[in-house]
Design a protein. Sequence first.
Length: 329
Amino acid sequence: MTLAVITDYTFADVELERSALEAVGCRLEAKRLKERADLISLTRDADVVITQFARIDAEVISAMKQVRVIARYGIGVDNVDLEAARAKGIPVCNVPDYCIDEVADQTLAMALDLTRRISQTSQCIHAGEWRLPVASTEMRTLRDMTVGIVGFGRIGREVAARFTAFKGRVLVFDPVVVPEMITALGCVPATLDEIWAASDLITLHCPSTARTRKLVNAETLTRCRPGVLIVNLSRGDLIDTQALVAALTDGQVGAAALDVCDPEPIPAGHPLLTRANVVLTPHVASVSVRAVHNLRSGVAQIAVRALTGEPYLNIVNGVVPPARRQATA
């Protein structure tokens, strides 16, 4: 009997995955692990590895004897060493389209919170003060603003569609997207320098890579408009958190909305937790009943295909098993 293992998960159970795998004669072992030694022990003899947030690094991958696929619960795969998996000939697959609308909706909601100061005002009223807690000059209107979007993949495009509906100017930077695709959706192609210099609000929708980590840092923030609003629902390490705190303190950044952060979870006593002009959610932008079901069924489908010899779905590290071809998602 083949073996599939789940390194970690945040769901109440894994019965959906278990049912799909047992239907093809595969036993499932599900854990909630973080330590490298435990991960090595769990995955060493597995045929399929499913992971959510556990770090599947080169040492873990090198110990794998017969893994046919590493499947990630999610879109980003920055917790998996893609190069190590490629060197070992193991395909890494994700679920790229399970939460597009959820994340786009929350991006807009958090942006509106920053421009209209909804959470901040509500907290003031809950504290017994019937008033607007900020100067009227800090209440802003999307129609009068320039929004800069960094990243124009599935989520970035849906975010753009939502912002253009508010009739403001939307700039987009994505080095792998042709300008015609950007203009076709009513946006303006821009360089990163133009995003920093011209945007009143900047929202990040790019993956975490060597080129994008700490993309928002002390130097780039000085090139932004004073009082710029920063939104990040992508990956926490796209922002240098220390630089963001400093910019929030001196007013260069007017407010920030973060569903992700570096570090994560945010430690008790961290300066971000004390600032009224920072809106925080705990990495939950992707969540809805539909999205969670699609995520779990998507991972189960990846695992079943690997075990039954069907074409793999959504390979992200370029490894196509012999005599097989990658299927289009």
